[in-house]
Write a protein that binds this ligand. Structure first.
Ligand code: PMV
Length: 332
């Protein structure tokens, strides 16, 4: 962890009395961005180039429990993770930010994901959000949503959005000190809104989103040419789609935003191509079924899996067209 990160966490936590309970627990949902976070303006504090907008996945996410221990122990889905694994190191490294406020303890952390880890389904987002929320529960700090969002952001950018349910906007902010870059829940609910997870691969991706994003910012002419402006416009359109329940506007904009993000990756060097043959086949299929009159759109993160966007009235038809689809009702 960086000095800047310690300072940032310190500014949020100092002056907050700690009253430790035996353990702390929290659940945070995974989230899928409809307008993607892609690119950092400052790396240490995970400050994004553009604002982003997501929908949280209801009961799909991460449950975390934390307590003191004689030695540090990190469990993932019931299995103890050796300390030299990247998972254990990421968790322990993140916890370093909080140790000074808790009497420098060793931790036992138990994390249960009900989504596949690192398959482009944003388990790091719900993971860091749940960790911050469990710490807050344990320490009795009484952090507000904005503070939790800013602390979760230090673990993984998209974790800033997983602190909340429903539609969530992460404001990019413009301050160098990171104090105006946090997520907020949007007031609108859309009970008919559905997300379908088309899981095409559980394989760990060869380049993580952090490295992929940095490579894109550094080398992609397409990114430099227009990503930031396009993303801000897309976000405004998606917000309008949510506010006016215009699903067509939302769907078209979200699909185009995701494919534009992948275009910036493909024009990086070395090129980043997260699509697998199955991904391409399913993109064509979405276009085909849409041309046949079924209103369904897609979005894809830094991985090969596809998420479909549709409304409840089309749930049965979409499930028929895409066998194996796992449908989520984010507002259910
Ligand atoms: O939070 P990170 O560093 O895992 O980056 C997430 C990037 C995308 O999933 C591709 C987009 C997003 O907004 O979630």
């Amino acid at each position: 962890m960086d000095d800047i990160q310690y300072q940032f966490a310190g500014n949020i936590l100092s002056g907050r009395p700690t009253s430790l309970r035996a353990s702390g627990q929290a659940f945070a949902p995974s989230n899928i961005a409809l307008c993607k976070y892609w690119g950092k303006r400052a790396a240490a504090l995970n400050l994004p180039v553009n604002s982003s907008l997501s929908v949280s996945l209801g009961r799909l996410g991460t449950r975390t429990e934390i307590r003191c221990a004689d030695t540090e122990r990190v469990y993932l889905n019931g299995a103890l993770q050796p300390p030299d694994t990247s998972f254990a190191q990421r968790v322990s490294g993140f916890l370093d930010l909080f140790r000074p406020f808790l009497g420098d303890p060793q931790f036992e952390v138990r994390t249960e994901n009900n989504i596949p880890t690192a398959a482009g389904l944003a388990s790091s987002a719900s993971g860091f959000a749940a960790l911050v929320m469990a710490l807050d529960d344990w320490a009795g700090w009484g952090l507000g949503g904005r503070e939790k969002s800013m602390l979760a952001r230090l673990g993984s950018g998209s974790a800033a959005r997983s602190v909340f349910d429903g539609f969530v906007q992460w404001h990019a902010g413009s301050n160098d000190d990171g104090t105006d870059s946090f997520a907020e829940r949007l007031p609108e609910k859309w009970p008919e809104f559905r997300i379908g997870i088309l899981e095409l691969s559980r394989a760990r991706k060869p380049v993580g989103s952090r490295d992929g994003m940095n490579r894109t910012v550094e080398t992609s002419f397409l990114y430099a040419f227009g990503w930031q402006k396009q993303a801000e416009e897309d976000l405004a359109r998606i917000r309008r789609g949510i506010e006016t329940r215009d699903f067509t506007l939302l769907g078209i904009t979200a699909e185009r935003n995701a494919l534009a993000m992948h275009a910036t990756m493909m024009s990086a060097w070395p090129p980043l191509l997260y699509f697998q043959p199955d991904t391409v086949e399913q993109i064509h299929k979405v276009q085909r079924v849409r041309a046949d009159g079924l209103e369904v759109y897609l979005t894809i993160d830094a991985g090969p899996n596809i998420k479909l966007l549709f409304l409840q009235e089309n749930e049965a038809a979409v499930a028929d067209a895409f066998p194996g689809l796992q449908t989520i009702n984010p507002f259910g």
